[in-house]
Design a protein. Structure first.
Ligand SMILES: NC(=O)c1ccc[n+]([C@@H]2O[C@H](COP(=O)([O-])OP(=O)(O)OC[C@H]3O[C@@H](n4cnc5c(N)ncnc54)[C@H](O)[C@@H]3O)[C@@H](O)[C@H]2O)c1
Length: 386
């Protein structure tokens, strides 16, 4: 850091500082095995404390092992279980975490908060950790596919506010992320498919190899709850690809981001259809609409567009295009223009695994794309289910 008087302006100083961001993601086989050091590494261990927030479903399944883990390590743990689900990603959950944290004093540096759960839980806990005493370190253990390949991978935290998704949040790098694929074994099929939607997004916009892998082995991986076959290869490639996109632009200084593919027209969709639509499902609808927009612009070959639709059908994802309402999509785009500082920056695929940004999308082309997509989707019956 430097604080220098400005030579040309007496009585004014300029502060410039750089802070290094460094965190690691590592695969951890059986993270709750008392022999496994991963949960405690990077902090004080025997005789120390940990504030642990865990998704209530994960608590039901693994709570006893989690408690036994800390007990066997001589670490005093306060374990708070919170419900997952988008409807619980709110100020009340955030405040509950902060109140419980305030009642369980922990060191500010060497007793990291531990978040074990899906994207909702890790987003809420990451945000609370970033606020409490202006920032406590935290560790994320994703337990959903969405968390494993996306929500736990980057540095964004957030809660829904004022009817808007993720309207409050922070950039808060975790200290580490522990990836234990076994935890996915108990996920409901719909939540597995929800996570797959984000992997499809990534494949279409920036990784043709991942797309091939999904075509060949995605349905089998899904059917095994990502426990068998090519599952590990798909997950590794998805996490690596996500990091390649996020790492050079962690704080989103560049607002034209390929990983925003699927996150333009979908904005607000899952809040509007809270009872029927999960995050990944909304993203997939946007991916498909954007794919058709790209085709109709002549940016994407029709054969590639067909491959995307065929993969979606092959994976049994069953998106419902009738939920795409052009007027709402247009409103979502207008909101994204604020978010993207005055630009549309709509990511569109130009081939499988390649991206361009559009800044001139107009309402009639959204309408036409939705109509075309709805018509085409009826020609692709799902052939794989899990
Ligand atoms: N921070 C980011 O960069 C980022 C990126 C992508 C998504 N997200 C956020 O992630 C959220 C969605 O995450 P999600 O799909 O994980 O939802 P979620 O956290 O609500 O979890 C889905 C369901 O699975 C249950 N569950 C969790 N782990 C389980 C397990 N191992 N076995 C059985 N059930 C389990 C939960 O209780 C919940 O009912 C959205 O709010 C989205 O905005 C954030």
């Amino acid at each position: 850091m430097s604080a220098l008087p400005l030579a040309h302006a007496p009585g004014q100083w300029r502060v410039a500082a750089t802070r290094r961001i460094e965190y690691e993601l590592r695969k951890a086989d059986d993270v709750f095995d008392p022999q496994n050091d991963a949960l405690l590494a990077g902090g004080r261990s025997r005789g120390s404390r940990r504030f642990v927030v865990i998704d209530d479903q994960v608590h039901r399944l693994h709570g006893a092992r989690v408690a036994a883990y800390f007990q066997s390590r001589g670490v005093q743990a306060r374990i708070l279980a919170l419900p997952g689900g988008e409807e619980h990603k709110d100020e009340a959950a955030w405040r509950r975490v902060l109140q419980a944290l305030d009642a369980f004093p922990i060191h500010r540096r060497d007793e990291p908060v531990i978040a074990i759960g899906g994207g909702v839980l890790t987003d809420v806990v990451g945000f609370a950790a970033s606020c409490y005493r202006r920032g406590l370190p935290h560790i994320k253990v994703p337990t959903t596919l969405m968390g494993y390949v996306d929500a736990a991978v980057g540095i964004k935290t957030g809660i829904n506010f004022n009817g808007h998704k993720n309207r409050l949040g922070s950039f808060e790098p975790p200290r580490r992320v522990l990836l234990d694929r076994r935890l996915l074994a108990t996920l409901a099929p719909r939540h597995l498919r929800n996570g797959v939607c984000e992997i499809v997004k990534l494949a279409v916009i920036c990784d043709a190899g991942l797309f091939d892998l999904l075509e060949r082995s995605g349905a089998d991986a899904l059917a095994s709850a990502f426990q068998a076959g090519a599952s590990a290869a798909i997950l590794d490639r998805a996490v690596g690809g996500m990091l390649r996109e996020l790492a050079p632009n962690l704080y989103e200084d560049d607002l034209a981001r390929a990983v925003d593919f699927g996150h333009t027209f979908s904005y607000g969709l899952e809040m509007r259809h809270a009872a029927t639509l999960l995050h990944g499902e909304a993203v997939l609808l946007d991916v498909l609409a954007s794919t058709v927009i790209a085709e109709r612009r002549g940016l994407l070959a029709e054969a590639d567009g067909e491959r995307v639709l065929a993969l979606v059908a092959r994976l049994g994802l069953q998106p419902e295009p009738r939920l795409l309402e052009p007027a709402h999509m247009w409103q979502a785009l207008l909101d994204r223009i604020e978010h993207r500082n005055g630009h549309q920056h709509v990511p569109l695929p130009t081939a499988i695994g390649a991206c361009a940004f559009a800044d001139d999308v107009v309402f009639p082309e959204i309408e036409a794309a939705v109509a075309a997509l709805t018509e085409r989707m009826t020609g692709h019956e799902p052939i794989a289910q899990c």
